[in-house]
Design a protein around this ligand. Structure first.
Ligand code: NAP
Length: 308
């Protein structure tokens, strides 16, 4: 029987593992077959405090993992296939084994919704990104495109105007979904241009190491044309990795886990959630790590209260 079982292996999971291991709770981390989360496909990270020279995404994850391991966190390299939160102790199943635990911290993250075209996959991390906060500074005085019409797309576009010489927002309709305040911000910014009713058919690159433009289709006129740019930011929403928990925990309309903020308690006592699986607003490694710390402290206090 475990005291703490953590599902996930990004900054939220590994920070929860660090804090619970230092609290002598020997957490078991089921890290998943694609361990490390979104940082594993991120190149240089310049905004994680403590690394003035920047650090590569996979190295940051590796450091966090080693730090948690040093204090007694145990790791299992498997995907969770099912959970039973209906009775205590909770049951967590993988392909090969079944685990029982007094508490569970869910930090399974989210993944950016993608356009689903081949050139996007090839150029991801090489001029195609889903995080302006992370990669915007690489596009100083360059021209970039942002895809999407929601708050995220507008926020990314506005943020990118700090660096880029021109930002083009490409939306598949002729009306933004974003809130009025965000729409006004976009319309009042001279650096932001719009391609309405347009979708990207292909991201252009002669050598798959940098973006040179995009092939765009106007969905109303069916006209296809090339549009020059140096980078593409895909901001068409995130999908929470919560398939396992549907019907077992309260999820919001978009599928993210609902927590009793400011705590990390979920709708089931003893099950906590942290990181991008909860947060669809900030979505940063540092905010995920911070929430992982909160989940560890909530878990430790819950165990103390329920064990005495
Ligand atoms: P969202 O509101 O779901 O918007 C996604 C956008 O992407 C929509 O405009 C959608 O087009 C477009 N889209 C979806 N799939 C597409 C595809 N395959 N190809 C092209 N376009 C596609 O997602 P979000 O902007 O990430 O926001 C998520 C939540 O976080 C929202 O509740 C938002 O208000 C909130 N948020 C708030 C802030 C803020 O207040 N500062 C900042 C960021 C996010 P359609 O419009 O045609 O559906």
């Amino acid at each position: 029987m475990e005291k703490v079982l953590i599902i996930g292996s990004g900054p939220a999971a590994l920070t929860a593992a660090l804090y619970t291991s230092r609290a002598n709770l020997s957490p078991l981390v089921i890290e998943g077959l694609e361990a490390g989360g979104q940082l594993m496909t991120t190149t240089e990270i310049e905004n994680f405090p403590g690394f003035p020279e920047g650090i590569m995404g996979p190295s940051l994850i590796d450091n966090m993992r080693k730090q948690a391991e040093k204090f007694g966190a145990k790791f299992v390299y498997s995907d969770v296939t099912d959970v039973d939160f209906s009775k205590k102790p909770f049951t967590i199943k993988t392909d090969s084994k079944e685990y029982q635990s007094k508490t569970v911290i869910i930090a399974t993250g989210a993944h950016p919704r993608k356009l689903g075209i081949e050139s996007e996959t090839k150029l991801w991390g090489h001029g195609v990104s889903s995080c302006a906060t992370c990669d915007g500074a690489f596009f100083r005085n360059k021209e970039v495109c942002v895809v999407g019409g929601g708050d995220s797309a507008v926020e990314e576009a506005v943020f990118l105007t700090r660096f880029a010489s021109k930002v083009t927002l490409i939306h598949r309709r002729d009306e933004l979904r974003a809130s009025k305040i965000m729409r006004d911000k976009a319309f009042n910014n001279d650096k932001i241009h719009f391609l309405w009713d347009c979708v990207i058919n292909e991201i252009l690159s002669s050598d798959n190491t940098k973006v040179q433009g995009i092939k765009v289709k106007n969905v109303k006129t069916n006209k296809i044309f090339d549009y020059p740019c140096d980078g593409v930011f895909v901001a068409i929403g995130h999908i929470a990795n919560t398939k396992l928990f549907a019907g077992k925990l309260n999820l919001d309309k978009a599928g993210f886990i609902v927590t009793d903020t400011p705590t990390t308690y979920t709708s089931i006592k003893g099950v906590f959630a942290a990181g991008d699986v909860v947060d669809h607003i900030y979505k940063q490694a540092i905010t995920a790590a911070a929430m992982g710390c909160k989940a560890a402290i909530d878990t430790e206090r819950y165990l103390t209260e329920t064990e005495n």
